[in-house]
Design a protein around this ligand. Structure first.
Ligand SMILES: Cc1cc2nc3c(=O)[nH]c(=O)nc-3n(C[C@H](O)[C@H](O)[C@H](O)COP(=O)(O)OP(=O)(O)OC[C@H]3O[C@@H](n4cnc5c(N)ncnc54)[C@H](O)[C@@H]3O)c2cc1C
Ligand SMILES: NC(=O)c1ccc[n+]([C@@H]2O[C@H](COP(=O)([O-])OP(=O)(O)OC[C@H]3O[C@@H](n4cnc5c(N)ncnc54)[C@H](OP(=O)(O)O)[C@@H]3O)[C@@H](O)[C@H]2O)c1
Length: 446
């Protein structure tokens, strides 16, 4: 039995890891000492809403990328924990697209119930992780924020659950330094009403571009133009919102686009994604990837190929979130407990290569959904995570994709069945486009 496991981060992935150990213990298993370091004062990761931008209260890079009025962008039935359903948490069925506070309440509800908080050391940042090949132990250096006291310890396993949507990718564009309005990245976006009456340019063609663009329209922007590098989102946008090819240059208020058009703006929001960034890991342990469905060098999407005592959770681009994080955490736990054997490097390489080759051929969102569902199906038989209906989540995801194409303003008004109980969700009392109150109290008033 290994002596000690260090988990880095107490967001949904770190909490999933703690949950996996708690469940094993409940069933009578011997588990090693588990310690989770979290640099923020509270748990929940991105779901621990943070009004700050730039630096946090300790002078560390602010982790939060979530904004006010954020609602789930996928059906909750596709992310439900299989060991703790929404109905169990809220005591009744709730609609399919909850706002941020409701999802946070659910994630933390499970963690409170299983009593894992005692394993977390808050306001403690992991500064350095190295691996000694001769002793087969990690050395982990942490620093308690506030008093800046450093501490070094050794452990047998490390689980990296530090997220990958917190360090912004910030490209530059010709003339951007002459722009006379505000330029910001989505990471620093908090309050849509800042843009009421403004003409806003959004750069990017993915979820943040779509959601932040729509949200600021909802809260009264004069106009929103999104512009894409590779592929248009192609939705039927509301009045005063349009989509163009990428900008080419900026001259004060005026932005020029690849299609030859130009327009004046008051603000630019760069929704240009995030970097996988692990400054606390030595080079031989560091995952280097862009945001993709199967980052190479992770066996079963989790175990670091060059040192399988190191695990990464949630590093994939995500259709599935919480249930996938759980499966990954259960898998890592079972390797640690000696229930799953990691094969030799050649076998790992062949398995990784097969997944990566398949990922590179994916042509559309439906195929991407099938791919990530198959990844889940690969893990499921290897662990004792409670059963849930994966086929039903695939159907829901595909319906959701079509709903978005049909009407981007109305997809959040649809209802989906639970993959645990089959119960159909009720419909929220107010259509999302008209619902300005994103509080938990208002949402649960159904
Ligand atoms: C704007 C936005 C909206 C989203 N909306 C949804 C949604 O509606 N539904 C959904 O399912 N998913 C959504 N996601 C996806 C989101 O990635 C996951 O829901 C989830 O938060 C990922 O969990 P995580 O634990 O991997 O990372 P995070 O939630 O980022 O948590 C990582 C934790 O690690 C800590 N940490 C980092 N570095 C260190 C260190 N060196 N030492 C100690 N602690 C450290 C951080 O403080 C943080 O608490 C959204 C993401 C973004 C950016
Ligand atoms: N309400 C919600 O629930 C909500 C809201 C927002 C975000 N999210 C979540 O947040 C996560 C991150 O989403 P994201 O949209 O921020 O990141 P993302 O999905 O990684 O997309 C990044 C986008 O930036 C573009 N980009 C990168 N570099 C660029 C450049 N130099 N010039 C122009 N465009 C560039 C990319 O274009 P290319 O395609 O050309 O690379 C892509 O469109 C997702 O998991 C999403 O689900 C959820």
């Amino acid at each position: 039995m290994p002596e000690k496991v260090v988990v880095i981060g107490a967001g949904p992935c770190g909490l999933a890891q703690l949950q996996a150990f708690a469940r094993a213990k409940e069933k009578g298993a011997d588990i090693p000492e588990v310690v989770c370091y979290e640099k923020q004062d509270e748990w929940g990761g991105l779901w621990n809403y943070n009004w700050r931008v730039g630096l946090d209260a300790y002078g560390e890079a602010n982790h939060g990328s979530m904004y006010r009025y954020l609602w789930s962008n996928g059906p909750k039935e596709c992310l439900e924990f299989a060991d703790y359903g929404f109905e169990e948490h809220f005591g009744k069925p709730i609609p399919s697209f909850p706002p941020r506070a409701v999802l946070a309440d659910y994630i933390l509800g499970r963690a409170k119930q299983s009593g894992v908080r005692k394993w977390i050391k808050f306001a403690t940042v992991v500064r350095d992780v190295s691996f000694d090949k001769s002793t087969k132990k990690f050395s982990v250096v942490t620093e308690t924020l506030g008093d800046h006291i450093r501490h070094e310890e050794t452990c047998d396993y490390v689980v990296v659950a530090s997220g990958h949507f917190s360090v912004p990718n910030i490209p530059s564009f010709e003339g951007i330094e002459t722009f006379s309005g505000r330029v910001m990245h989505a990471h620093d976006f908090r309050e849509a009403r800042e843009f009421t009456g403004r003409h806003v340019l959004i750069v990017g063609g993915s979820y943040s571009a779509e959601d932040i663009g729509l949200q600021i329209m909802k809260y009264g922007a004069a106009s929103v133009t999104t512009c894409f590098r590779t592929q248009a989102m192609g939705f039927k946008w509301p009045k005063n919102m349009d989509e163009r090819e990428l900008l080419t240059r900026i001259n004060q208020k005026t932005v020029h686009f690849k299609d030859g058009s130009k327009k004046d703006f008051d603000a630019i929001i760069l929704c240009t994604g995030y970097q996988h960034h692990f400054p606390f890991l030595r080079d031989d342990l560091k995952l280097r990837t862009h945001n993709r469905l199967y980052p190479p060098k992770l066996y079963k999407g989790v175990a670091w190929r060059d040192c399988p005592q190191l695990f990464y959770l949630g590093m994939q681009d995500q259709f599935y979130t919480f249930s996938m994080f759980d499966l990954q955490a259960w898998y890592a736990r079972d390797v640690i407990l000696g229930r799953i054997q990691i094969p030799d490097a050649k076998t790992m390489d062949a398995d990784i290569a097969e997944w990566v080759a398949r990922e590179e051929k994916l042509a559309d969102p439906e195929q991407q959904i099938d791919f990530q569902a198959d990844y889940l199906r690969d893990i499921i038989p290897q662990v004792d995570y409670p059963k849930f209906d994966v086929d039903s989540t695939v159907d829901s995801f595909k319906r959701w994709e079509h709903d978005k194409v049909d009407n981007i303003l109305e997809y959040r008004n649809k209802a989906f069945p639970s993959s645990l109980t089959g119960t159909m969700a009720p419909v929220h009392h107010t259509p999302w486009w008209k619902e300005m109150d994103d509080s938990l109290e208002c949402f649960l008033k159904n």
